[in-house]
Design a binder for this molecule. Structure first.
Ligand code: ADP
Length: 503
């Protein structure tokens, strides 16, 4: 294996910045690529070299395999880190990189292919003795077969795109009358999102928890797990808050899941960092959902409790180094939580909120607060990409401390000029069910239905959010403009008014 000195990052935003940090701390050189919309991006400002690769739409820049590999050659990079999203799980990309004599920081293309299709990976996992969600292995052939299987399996069930990802092409079906229509919809969404209309059936696990295991594997057969992440705070099948350890599973289940995740990885000769996702029912039975063959968005919470820098480990493994520790050396400490800060308006159906950030004050700085941000004051958030602008992460000696620290940090976070999901998180972190630790992926649905039925609650939350925004604006306008509801003392008042809210 070649020594790695210079690494090109085939990505943008917060994850490109995160990777630059690891590269620099290893005394290596970070190289980035950028599109028109990203000329002034933070990743461009922080890298040693930055290369323009095309127009703003990702199909004309960040998804251009040839252009990125050619740029890596021109820059003299010995390796490429794909981050997540874009080309991270594209086996052809990994293959082309290796063909060009450059190191791909990730697994072998073969493992990406095997885990890339939900139906194929279910087949391989079943054969390896990894429990998968009951359902079909093969895609559904026609509506007759669909009805047959659905009737045998019972409702509710879930239709899923074989090539799925990001919750697309997925439909929950409660009763037989809804089946055909849902099938047509799932197929057409799968075709338009992934260019593959194949859909299969899974039993819908009631009161589900999403728990995933981080694994690391070197090239010498050493595969270990680094604990789990509870990712059950989801909106439309998309994660928005993650925490570790899971407040739901027992130590016994934790170990079983870890061992099974290692088995899953070994079944496809996995190397580098990866995540095995499980769905867990109310009795803590767990089933394989999928394996993400890349760095996960929520990887920082694992880093906070293990002290292991996963990006550095990825680079070390790709350079041919052995894992420097064994399973028994992994002893997670304390508790960590992450909130995904999106440039979107939580009070307007989470519509994207691109635009210029006119004020930006990050809460990072106090004990146990990490802000993996990709933006800065004056930056214009583009419309073209995922609206994730920052990941706010806290650590605490226990769950309560991590949550309280997160609330404090969210309150300090000031972003003006665009709307963000920050006020929304404050509601979730006050919710009784969330605080109990035994919450399921239905949590957000329940919170939102109460909110809709209860204008008083909704109004208060909206008022609080406006207060936050006005408070943010206030530092750039006159102090006298602050209404009593929008002052910093609102934090206290917010605490007192909690009793008004019932979700
Ligand atoms: P994607 O790859 O599109 O993200 P996943 O298979 O990872 O799809 O599932 C995303 C989310 O959908 C899960 O975290 C979970 O909330 C829900 N989900 C998936 N499969 C099931 C199932 N069989 N039963 C209940 N919920 C499910």
């Amino acid at each position: 294996m070649k020594k790695i000195k210079k690494i090109l990052i085939a990505n943008r935003g917060e994850i490109a910045v995160r990777i630059i940090r690891a590269i620099r701390e290893m005394n290596l050189s970070p190289v980035v690529v950028y599109s028109d919309a990203d000329k002034l991006s933070l990743h461009v400002r922080l890298a040693d070299e930055a290369y323009y690769i095309g127009e703003s739409p990702s199909t004309l820049s960040y998804l251009k395999v040839d252009k990125i590999i050619e740029t890596a050659k021109i820059s003299g990079a010995d390796a490429i880190h794909p981050g997540y999203g874009f080309l991270a799980e594209n086996a052809d990309f990994a293959q082309e990189i290796e063909k060009a004599g450059i190191t791909f920081i990730g697994p072998e293309p073969d493992a990406i292919i095997k885990m890339g299709s939900k139906t194929r990976s279910r087949e391989i996992m079943s054969a390896a003795g990894v429990p998968v969600v009951p359902g079909t292995i093969e895609p559904i052939k026609d509506t007759n077969e669909l009805k047959d299987i659905a009737e045998k399996m019972g409702f509710p069930l879930l239709l899923k795109a074989s090539a799925g990802g990001g919750g697309k092409g997925m439909r929950k079906v409660e009763k037989i009358e809804e089946l055909e229509k849902a099938y047509e919809r799932a197929k057409s969404e799968a075709a338009s999102s992934f260019g593959d209309p194949d859909v299969y059936i899974e039993k819908y696990i009631e009161e589900p928890h999403h728990v995933e295991i981080q694994i690391l594997a070197d090239n010498y057969g050493n595969t270990i797990y680094l604990g789990e992440r509870e990712c059950s705070v989801q909106r439309r099948y998309q994660k928005i808050i993650e925490e570790t350890p899971s407040p739901f599973i027992t130590d016994e289940v934790r170990k079983e899941m870890g061992d099974i995740a290692v088995r899953a990885a070994k079944a496809v000769n996995y190397r580098n960092a990866g995540t095995v996702e499980f769905i867990v029912d109310k009795d803590q039975n767990f089933y394989f959902l999928e394996m993400n063959t890349r760095l996960q968005v929520e990887h920082p919470i694992t880093e906070m409790v293990t002290g292991i820098d996963l990006v550095k480990e990825q680079i070390r493994i790709a350079s041919g180094e052995k894992l420097g520790y064994a399973q028994e050396d992994i002893v997670p400490r304390g508790s960590s939580i992450e909130c995904r800060i999106y440039a979107e308006d939580p009070f307007n159906d989470f519509s994207p909120s691109p635009g210029k950030i006119i004020e930006y004050v990050s809460p990072a700085g106090g004990i146990g607060v990490r802000d993996d941000s990709g933006v800065y004051e004056g930056f214009e958030v583009p419309i073209f990409y995922d609206p994730l602008i920052s990941k706010l992460v806290t650590w605490g000696r226990d769950r309560e401390e991590a949550i309280n620290r997160m609330k404090r940090a969210l309150f300090e976070y000031r972003i003006a000029g665009i709307k963000t999901s920050i006020p929304y998180f404050l509601q979730i972190l006050e919710n009784e069910e969330f605080l109990s630790g035994n919450y399921t992926t239905n949590l957000i649905e329940r919170i939102e239905s109460v909110k809709k039925e209860d204008p008083e609650d909704y109004e208060f939350v909206a008022l609080f959010a406006t207060g936050l925004r006005n408070l943010e604006m206030n530092t750039t306008s006159s102090q006298n403009d602050v209404s009593p509801d929008c002052s910093a003392s609102n934090w206290k008042k917010y605490g007192q008014m909690k009793s008004l809210r019932r979700f």
